[in-house]
Design a protein around this ligand. Structure first.
Ligand code: PEP
Ligand code: MG
Length: 578
């Protein structure tokens, strides 16, 4: 059993067989062979080695004809490794003595070798680990035949283990088969984490190097609450986690009963509990959980899914589906927030950026690429006829940006009008507050918008100068940092004074321990991942506003993120009935 700790980004407990993406999605279905099959299995190993050796020889000869010896020497080195008698002895020993399948024995042995190389201080030696992974792939491909699993065509449940998953790769995971995923890199605020929560797949990121310690088919436990990952758990640990898995299910069933109850505090103050979505099909989750509306529709995922630029019709179809499904409930459509860690087909058009989060992303990218921006705005306007649609601009940092964005919207309205296309002329326009500049200048912004939504995912990273995707500084990425709390407080107070509606749609509003603080700071609308709605609703019902105000007041006097976090968890545990 091996215990690893990473960053918990999507809650839930999952137990399942590993699918290591690093070895091209090979899954080893069985680890053991019958005693009387051992000789045949060793023959299968020898055969695979012979076939792979032939393949390498062919590649070596083909390269030798085109390039000089230095290149074909790479293949000679692979051959030498493959024919190394010591390697053969070790693998055969595992098959004979432990009755491992050749697949499992090859994977365990070669991964052990790769690990030794990877841990070398010499970068040249560390790179050699890739050669060993190549050999592993070759042998597994041969031994497993067609039994290779594609991530997008899974046929049985797995726990996906990968070096990294991009937000769009994550979006393509099928929650029916992917019980959980774990990655070596990634941070708490990245969009991979956000998509995992949306899909309700438990996830842990930023574990550091561990893929050499695991082979496809190993049993893995993923604890999306604490960030703990356990490889090959012992019986007792497995039983303990199965029990926790069961308790989770029971709580979820109990909270389901709250679906049709309006969200509000114990002393009768109404709270709007909205949902964040990335894809139209998620509206079903929102309705199942009793969402009051969509508080953030991250439309850029339409671009991430597609190889070509979505047309106005593509936009319209997606928005119409969401607005109609929500049956009269408000839908806040955020205009595209591409760039930084959210790259799609636009990636090819973008210069490699040294600091992508400080670069050409979001509203900046939209304003410089009006051919992307205009069709989207036209589609949002057209969809505004189907229900209460609001439009929201992301990452506004200057008044100039807000005014420019509004101007492009006005142009789109004029064009539609001239073409005789109907839309809601009074569509409400809002902005996200997610840069320190927008907080500092909030009194100037408020008269020019109908609503604001605080985006703490970005606000935290820009306020504290901490990259939201970097596991190396994940300990500094804290929603409860006093600097962040003051920014939220300033924004909410200014919005209340200006009588402008305010919401908070960063992941922070979906963390149960922070609900009392946010209510106490005056927030009455939260937009959260759909899965978080029942629990947040339950907390709202268990507390009163004076109680929350006292908690917020005390939290605002504290000096550190840790102190605030511990205090809020403690207060929440004391007050809220599980
Ligand atoms: C945010 O920054 O808080 C937010 C909701 O937007 P995103 O996570 O898409 O950047
Ligand atoms: Mg943001």
């Amino acid at each position: 059993m091996q215990i690893l700790d990473g960053i918990a980004v999507s809650p839930g407990i999952a137990i399942g067989e590993a699918l290591v993406i690093d070895n091209e999605g090979f899954r080893i279905p069985e680890h053991r062979v019958e005693r009387d099959a051992v000789d045949d299995e060793v023959k299968r190993l020898d055969n695979a080695i012979a076939v792979v050796a032939k393949e390498i020889e062919r590649n070596r000869d083909a390269i030798a004809l085109q390039l000089d010896d230095q290149y074909s020497a790479i293949f000679s080195a692979h051959l030498q490794m493959l024919r190394d008698p010591k390697l053969h002895r070790e693998v055969e020993q595992l098959i004979r003595a432990r009755r491992y399948t050749p697949e499992y024995a090859v994977s365990v042995t070669l991964r052990g070798y790769a690990k030794i190389f990877q841990e070398s201080d010499d970068p040249y030696m560390a790179e050699r680990a890739h050669d060993i992974f190549d050999l592993e792939k070759g042998l597994l491909r041969n031994l497993l035949g067609h039994r290779r699993e594609e991530l997008s065509h899974l046929t049985s449940p797995v726990v996906v283990l990968a070096h990294n998953l991009t937000p769009s790769e994550t979006a393509s995971l099928d929650p029916k088969f992917v019980r959980a995923f774990v990655t070596e890199i990634g941070g708490a605020g990245g969009h991979t984490a956000i998509v995992a929560k949306g899909l309700e797949i438990p996830a842990v990121v930023g574990i550091g190097k561990f893929l050499t310690d695991v082979s496809g088919g190993d049993v893995v436990i993923v604890d999306g609450e604490t960030g703990r990952v356990i490889l090959e758990p012992d019986k007792e640990t497995l039983a303990r986690y199965r029990e926790r898995e069961e308790r989770h299910r029971e709580v979820a069933v109990r909270l389901e009963a709250l679906r049709d109850v309006l969200a509000g505090t114990g002393d009768g103050v109404r709270v709007q509990l909205m949902a964040n979505i990335e894809f139209p099909h998620e509206v079903d989750h929102c309705l199942d959980r009793g969402a009051d509306g969509i508080g953030l529709y991250r439309t850029e995922f339409l671009y991430l899914e597609s190889k070509t630029e979505p047309s106005e019709e593509d936009h319209y179809r997606a928005y119409a589906e969401v607005v109609q499904a929500m049956q009269g409930r408000p839908v806040v459509i955020r205009t595209l927030d591409l760039g930084a860690d959210k790259m799609g087909f636009a990636e090819v058009d973008m210069e490699k950026e040294r600091n992508p989060f400080l670069g050409l992303r979001s509203i900046r990218l939209a304003l410089r690429n009006k051919q992307l921006f205009r069709p989207q705005l036209r589609a949002i306007l057209r969809a505004s006829l189907l229900g209460p649609v609001k439009v929201m601009f992301p990452l506004i940092s200057t008044l100039h940006e807000l005014r420019q964005a509004r101007m492009v919207l006005e142009d789109a309205k004029e064009d539609l009008h001239e073409q005789g296309v109907e839309f809601n002329r009074e569509i409400l326009v809002g902005m996200m507050v997610e840069s320190p500049a927008s907080v500092t200048m909030i009194d100037k912004f408020l008269p020019e918008v109908d609503f604001i939504s605080i985006g703490t995912n970005d606000l935290i990273q820009y306020a504290l100068a901490v990259d939201r995707t970097n596991p190396g500084v994940a300990d500094l990425y804290q929603a409860t940092d006093p600097a962040v709390l003051r920014m939220i407080d300033t924004s909410l107070k200014a919005a209340a004074k200006a009588e402008v509606e305010a919401s908070l749609c960063g992941q922070m509003s979906g963390v149960p321990a922070y609900t009392m603080l946010l209510l106490g700071l005056g927030l009455r609308e939260m937009s959260v991942p759909p899965s978080a709605i029942p629990e947040i609703k339950n907390i709202c019902r268990s507390v009163t506003i004076p109680q929350c105000e006292a908690v917020a007041e005390r939290a605002m006097t504290m000096d550190s993120a840790r102190e605030v976090d511990l205090y809020l968890r403690d207060e929440s545990n004391k007050t809220v009935q599980p």
